[in-house]
Design a protein around this ligand. Structure first.
Ligand code: TPP
Ligand code: MG
Length: 336
């Protein structure tokens, strides 16, 4: 019997081998940058870091269909992978971590991981959880009103969905059929609070029909599944059919931030079990099975990325600090 040629999931999604390799590199960059940032924290050089490890599949996958220079990004603090796809460089990330003058997010004046970039269309985040959600709906309303082609994407954790801002933002987006995609990175904890103490439903996505648009659940550790869900939601938004809520089930491997001790609320066994679903290892198996990237190939990607990150750390550490006079900038009204 002749062998049947089966189409790979990435073919069906219209992704080339170059796309897959670039996605893999972005995931590895997020992971290694995360680990390096944590080391800088333990060395006393980075006061505060927010880990991404475990979320790379859902972040790279959902960010990938976004069009640079056209679409608008509203990430939350954990979205290192999202901002890397948007075009932020490891050097810029470390400028923020070290609070340097050229940090694109705030010139070193906000906490790290409060991403913002005029150049990249990333809207500055505030610290209160879910405040980016009504912002996203408002920006999407403006885009629709002006007849622009922009799609707005807004990322948040499942804890954010307990906030009033979240419900108001989704309700408004549903009423006006806005071109916005809401992406929930459900890692089952809001710092120490487990999902069961935050909501009486199993899936955040189940709430979407209550606002009049579809909600989909995807395996957040499967970068291609996340890409596929976002691609469809992005196309739907562009067709004028309104919002989508995508819920990516995932897990964070490190504590909530460098200031958290996760041993107080989850067992080591639970974390180890979650690590067996590592999004990077899973994607590397997918690539190896199809002869796209073998083990030595993956190792050399890691080596190249590590070198790039080491260079970024050295350069960012040596970059100038902000002038003391700029400390109160953007705090009080300034005379022209
Ligand atoms: C309105 C508000 N309440 C509480 C906090 C403190 N806080 C910061 S992050 C966080 C957890 C959010 O969890 P989730 O949305 O699931 O995202 P995750 O950190 O798990 O990725 C909390 C409670 C805050 N920043 N804002
Ligand atoms: Mg969470």
């Amino acid at each position: 019997m002749a062998a049947r040629v089966t189409e790979s999931p990435h073919d069906a999604l219209g992704l080339s081998v170059d796309d897959l390799l670039a996605m893999h590199r972005a995931m590895v960059t997020a992971r290694l940058l995360d680990e390096a940032a944590f080391r800088q924290n333990r060395m006393g050089r980075a006061p505060f870091v927010v880990p991404v490890s475990g979320h790379e599949g859902c972040q790279i996958g959902t960010a990938w269909p976004m069009r640079k220079g056209i679409d608008i990004w509203l990430p939350y603090y954990r979205d290192l992978g999202v901002v890397l796809v948007a075009g932020m460089t490891p050097y810029e990330v470390f400028l923020g971590i070290f609070a340097k003058a050229d940090d694109p997010s705030s010139g070193g004046r906000q906490m790290p991981a409060h991403w913002g970039s005029r150049r990249l269309g990333i809207i500055s985040g505030s610290s209160p959880i879910a405040t980016q959600v009504p912002h996203a709906s408002g920006i999407a309303y403006a885009a629709k009103y002006r007849g622009e082609d922009a799609v707005v994407a807004c990322w948040f954790g499942e804890g954010a969905t307990s906030e009033g801002d979240w419900h108001e933002g989704l309700n408004f987006a549903g009423i006006h059929k806005l071109p916005v995609v809401f992406v929930c990175e459900n890692n089952h904890y809001a710092i120490s609070v487990p999902q069961s103490k935050q909501m009486a439903v199993e899936n955040v996505a189940d709430r979407a029909p209550g606002y009049g648009f579809p909600g989909v659940v995807v395996d957040g550790n499967d970068v291609l599944a996340c890409y596929g869900a976002m691609k469809e939601a992005h196309e739907r938004a562009r067709r004028g059919e309104g919002p989508t809520l995508i819920e990516c089930k995932t897990y964070r491997y490190f504590p909530h931030t460098s200031d958290d001790d996760d041993k107080s609320y989850r067992s080591r066994e639970e974390v180890e079990e979650a690590r067996t679903h590592d999004p990077i290892a899973g994607f590397e198996r997918y690539l190896a099975d199809r002869g796209i990237l073998d083990l030595p190939g993956a190792a050399s990607v890691r080596a190249e990325v590590k070198e790039q990150i080491d260079g970024a750390i050295t350069a960012a550490w040596e970059a100038p600090d902000p002038e003391p006079e700029s400390a109160l900038g953007h705090v009080f009204a300034e005379s022209p």
